[in-house]
Design a protein around this ligand. Structure first.
Ligand SMILES: [Zn+2]
Length: 402
């Protein structure tokens, strides 16, 4: 068997029951094509909201729930996990993420995403130099403008929200946290946001917990996307945005993890939390939040979010459940048989990755649930580097080894 990325995948637009027919087609395929009936294939997932350097653990937020995360942001800066993380890298206020050890932290965030089948992640931070984005083996969205939030402004770097939005020229997303709370300041944030002309089709609102029905309808009408990070929202505030109202208003809804300082350990867990809290929403619709909806919100090319006849983006997951969407939601790092980005294997089973022509020096291996996994780079070594700086072993729950 030889896998030839870019040549062998024939698929429907989204996985569906017809996918089973596709699998059987593979069974009859000539040699040099994929014959993998024991797996389901998906487009790699898209995480619409993360803070790569913030994926430390455990969570900060001893006084949760809060009436606004503005309080949490300040508390977090004094919290034990944050102070421990600062032993690796302290932000000098300039947010230059290629300086000092910031890349060690960002790499941890990248592995969090890889081990949950993501090939694309939006790293909400001030725009970085090209070198930063080129450093990573998966796509970290680089074409965007942002503001931290309406309530706190761009305290971490960048221009005013209005200036940043103007610089998008409508051809890239404008991203900001909005209405992350229930207090007066959070409830009036949308009005300020709208008044500043930010209710736009290329705006991606993160959280939007305080948005009223009418405000959500305005987002739907404007084509504004909204990202829900259920774990982070439930933990910090005790509620999410009104999801039912979002769907009724036709909002382009997407999912994100936020960092592990407030959110879940990865996007797969985030999808499970969403399902558990909104069991009335079909699993195939939840799938759109991490695929085609996310592609639209982040202005990604059409190679992402759905499988194509000729694809260089692929996620294969061991088949444990008959329903392909349930199979995806219940997956864990050990179930990911193959993640391919730009035709290059990123993570998966040795028996699959050995079919690619790769340079061994670029990869490392480890045992997981009795099978040998191959991963791009060396997360174990990264963990050791973190340990050597701290002077003790640090366990991070999204790395599937201890
Ligand atoms: Zn965030």
């Amino acid at each position: 068997m030889k896998i030839k990325p870019g040549k062998t995948i024939h698929s429907p637009h989204l996985i569906s029951s017809s996918w089973l027919n596709i699998i059987s087609k593979f069974d009859k395929s000539p040699e040099n094509e994929i014959r993998l009936p024991q797996y389901y294939a998906y487009p790699p997932l898209i995480n619409s909201h993360d803070h790569l350097i913030g994926n430390w653990y455990p969570k900060a937020g001893d006084n949760a729930p809060y009436t606004t995360t503005d309080i949490w942001v300040e508390e977090m800066k004094e919290s034990q996990p944050y102070l421990e993380r600062n032993k690796i890298w302290i932000n000098d206020g300039k947010f230059h993420l290629i300086r000092g050890n910031a890349l060690l932290l960002a790499d941890l965030g990248i592995y969090k995403n890889i081990f949950s089948g993501c090939a694309v992640v939006q790293d909400h931070a001030p725009n970085q130099v090209e070198e930063y984005y080129r450093h990573f083996p998966i796509e970290v969205v680089r074409n965007y403008k942002q503001c931290h939030s309406i309530s706190l402004g761009n305290w971490w770097g960048g221009k005013t929200a209005k200036e940043e939005w103007q610089e998008t020229r409508g051809i890239m997303p404008f991203i900001l946290h909005l209405g992350e709370g229930t207090n007066e300041k959070a409830r009036t944030a949308f009005a300020r946001f709208e008044k500043e002309g930010l209710l736009q089709p290329n705006t991606l609102i993160i959280h939007g917990i305080s948005l009223t029905d009418d405000e959500i309808k305005k987002c739907g009408a404007a084509g504004t996307s909204i990202c829900c990070c259920p774990k982070s929202n439930l933990f910090l505030i005790g509620k999410t945005i009104d999801i039912k109202a979002c769907l009724e208003a036709g909002v382009n809804l997407v999912l994100g993890t936020d960092s592990t300082m407030s959110g879940s350990i990865n996007l797969l867990e985030e999808m499970r939390i969403f399902r558990d809290n909104f069991p009335e929403i079909p699993l195939n619709q939840i799938f759109t939040f991490v695929s085609i909806n996310a592609r639209k919100a982040l202005f990604l090319s059409d190679q992402y979010g759905e499988l194509k006849d000729r694809t260089e983006e692929l996620l294969l997951i061991r088949k444990k459940y008959e329903d392909p969407f349930e199979n995806l939601l219940e997956a864990n790092p050990e179930d990911i048989a193959l993640l391919v980005h730009q035709g290059k294997p990123i993570y998966g089973d040795e028996e699959l990755i050995q079919n690619f022509q790769i340079s061994d020096a670029d990869y490392s291996e480890f045992e997981l649930s009795g099978s040998k996994k191959i991963i791009i780079g060396d997360p174990l070594r990264l963990n050791h580097k973190i340990d050597s700086i701290l002077g003790y072993h640090k366990t991070l729950p999204y790395l599937p080894f201890s």
